[in-house]
Structures are given as structure tokens and as C-alpha cells.
Design a protein around this ligand. Sequence first.
Ligand SMILES: *Cc1c(COP(=O)(O)O)cnc(C)c1O
Length: 383
Amino acid sequence: MDKPEIIMAPGPTPVPPEVFLAQGSPLVYHRGPGYGDLLREVTESLQRAAHTSNDILIFASSGTGGLESAVANLLSPGDRVVVPVAGFFGERFAKIARAFGADVRTIDYEWGSAVRAEDVGRALDGAPAKAVLMQQSETSTGVIHDVEAVGRVTRDAGVLLVVDVVSSLGAVPYDGDAWGVDVAIGGSQKAFSATPGLSFVSISPAAWEVSRSATNPRFYFDWAAYKKSYDQPSPENPFTPAISLMLGMRAALRRYFDEGPENVLRRHQLLSHATKEGVRALGLDLSGEHPERAWAVTAVRAPEGIDGDELVAKVRADHSIILAPGQGPLKGKVFRIGHLGYYDRFDIIRCLAALELTLDAMGYPVKRGAAVAAAETVFAEAP
Ligand SMILES: *Cc1c(COP(=O)(O)O)cnc(C)c1O
């Protein structure tokens, strides 16, 4: 039977029908009050979601475009930045900064480690820098880094804190202003479950100040151009915005606030807990530090004798469920289950059932129903 595949990889995530419907509605012309209202609502909703009163700018780009905008607007060639690298997205931030001529000092961790604020403090003592570039959720390992603790260090050191929250905002607690985050970058296709194509960037007054004297080249991602257009009586974009995606994003954010941010977080915590208990009930080990905080992604060690990539491919071929393979040094050794965004308990149960059947078919000793039963127990005991 030809049914759509089910994404249980960490982005893009499944999209609820009202978002698709909104994207299919007529365009709102981008010069004039209709679009101004749309842009204002999306921007203010994102500020509420990120707990920030800082400016937020929205770009038609994937999340990486938002990351690039931070490097292009904040840095000049030769500026020193500290970049903790504990996975694929840490590496990406370092690569972007290098592409723009920064003097990149990485703090290198084994993949799956959590970034330690003391290490960032030591790196800044050793070599004063302009900014620290990090992730909140290192999607490649599932690990949630302690942004709050790093924020105390960067504030003391008078250094900008730039955080990739693409796969964390809306899935785990995040408190931008209270934690002293200067720049945060998010994306539409992760926990908010809109379609891919929008990035958004929050910018503190200190970051604006630094951006005014930074000399890296920028044009499409020039923050000042977006701010100028936004600050008109009816907010606009300097270039044609992705109008349909903005309509979808508004629908996604209305859904987010209808459910309630606290309830959304509790749902992510519960689904993550059920997934992890299910996996453990099969005798598999979780991968990565602090799995209890990893509400966006569950990273699992492939059992002895089974290749993680083959497992992921077989779950997809046999059951039309898309898991994510391990990346970098974890390739083949780890597979990942994404549960950020538009998921509920039966998505988890279906995924665990597919995992049981596939492991069984690959010769791993499975007690049928064990993972599903463990997840059901978590759900039954939830308040
Ligand atoms: C998904 C993701 C991104 C953005 O990737 P794009 O493909 O450019 O949207 C950036 N950082 C993290 C941590 C992510 O999970």
C-alpha cells in the first residue's frame, strides 16, 4: 500500500494540516498592511517563545543561513571566536566562522559529550575572544548543552554568546534574556513543525553594537537592512519574503500557543522518556551525556553485530519510518529517533514497534512487545 513515509528524524518534522492549509491560501502582498500584520505576529510570537525582548529578524533560508548571518554581521576577518565542538553542528558553526576569516579556537570534545561551562571559561581566559558560538541541542548526538551555565561565563567575560537553537527551541526549556544569550538562531522545520525554509535570529543590543563595526561582507543577510524595513509603520522585508511559509509559520505558532508552551515542553519530555524506556527495555544502550535532558532526539547505540545504518535503512524499507543514522565518528554505531515537533504517543509506539520488528528480523534477540509495553507504562503513569 502506498502511504507517505513517516519522519522520525530530527527535522524536518511532520507538519500539521492547518500549516499546509495556511500555506495553500492566497498570497498576502508583501508591501502593505496585510503582510505587516503577519510579520509582526510571527515576530512577536517568536519573541514570546524564546523569552526575549530582543529584535527578531526572519530570513527565507534554512537554519544554516541564520547561522551564517550571525557570523557575517558580528565578525571581522581575524576576530577570535571560541567554538565548542561536540558533534556535527558544532563543526558546522566552526566551518562557517572559518569561511568568513575568523580565528576559530575550537574546544574539542568526544561526540556525545556535553559542553562544560568551565572549559569555555578557560578558553576565554587563555585567549580573549569576541564571541562564543555554540548549540543548545547538538542534534547529531541528541545532547542538550547547558546554555545557562555558559551564559554566566560569557557575561562575566564580556563576550557575545551566540546560540544555535534550531533543534531545541520549543522542545526543551530556553530562556534567552535570563540566560544572557546575545544572538539565537532558530529554524521553522524543527520543534515548531512548520515546513523548512525560514530561519529566525534574535539580536541583543550588545550584538547590534558589535555588528555596526563588524566588516565581514553581507548583503542578503544584512541585519541592518531587515531592521530598517521592519521599523516602518507597517513592517516589511527588504526583499520578497517567503510569503507562503510565513502564513504556515503563523499557523504553526498559533498552534504552539493554543497548546501552551508549558504543555508543549511536557509533551516533549514525556515522549522522550517513553522512547528511552522503550529502547532500554530492548536491552539497548542510550548514547550521549545527560539523556534525561535530551527531549528532542534519542540517540541509541546499535547493538553488537548490527550496523546502525543498515538498521535505519531497513526500518525505512520495511516500515516506512525514517530514523536518522549516526554521523561522523558515530556513523554505523548509533542511530537516532527524532521526537521534536508534531508527535504524540502513538507515533512513539508505532516507531518502537517498527524497531522491535526490524531488530528481530536482523537476528537480535527481541522479546516482542517489550519496548511498546515499556512506553505504554510511561504513558499510563504520566499525570
Ligand atoms: C537542523 C539543524 C540546523 C539547520 O540545518 P538546515 O539544514 O540548514 O536547516 C542547524 N543546527 C542544528 C543544531 C540543527 O539541528
